[in-house]
Design a protein around this ligand. Sequence first.
Ligand code: GLN
Length: 282
Amino acid sequence: MDLVDTVATLLRASPLPALEARILLGHALGWRRTELITRADVALDQQKVAAFRDLEARRVAGEPVAQLIGSREFFGLDFEVTRDVLIPRPETELLVETAVQALEGRAARPRVLDLGTGTGAIAVSIAWSRPDARVWAVDRSAEALAVAARNATRLLEPKRPGGELQFAQSDWYAALDAALVFDVIVSNPPYIASGDPHLSQGDLRFEPRGALTDEADGLSAIRAIVAGAPSRLLQNGVLWMEHGYDQAEAVRSILAAHGFADVSSACDLAGIERISGGRWPG
Ligand code: GLN
């Protein structure tokens, strides 16, 4: 045991991967990454050290880093994360990029719907990229909507004066005004099958189960979203959904069976078909 705790001694002694230890220590101290380097040998306040040891122990026990520090970066934006929401994943940025691209061909002030918004990462990132877009974000969890609304306010206020997102507590389309139709619908729905062993591994153990699995074959949320989309899309509007690494073909068949055109999938940075979508010919 070192006589004086410093950044250098704490990082050296940590059982965690170096990057995780640095993130948690920076959070406990309220220091930036550069300060961890330039002030590595400064004697630390014992209360701060105790706070770090607590975070470190919880991480060793499996709690996700994003929940321990209360945030996760997505699309260059810093999203608040709680235990009530799925932690944003880097591969989901592909869904945002694809939606933003689809909006390029649409008229001004296009309408976008994000189903199962969670943190609001997808809806807020689209709104951030397209300040003129009118974005609706729904979730059936009131706790998730509260997190999403805080993220929208904090991240978008400077960018979209008066251009707030619309939030609704809704089971997919159920609570949306019947007259509302959209240019683009996106979703990262629960797509893990109920028996999948991943649900009891890693970060997933600490995330809301309802955001991860449909408690069925992994495709039931996707079927519901596709089935409801035709009456919610403008002519030539598009629907894009994220799905599991082995679900692309099944999702394309569901889209085709419901009359979607230009059905295709796109690969994430790992080369895995991660999202699929299509155009509603009207
Ligand atoms: N991408 C998440 C995972 O595999 C699952 C998220 C979801 O079901 N939408 O860890």
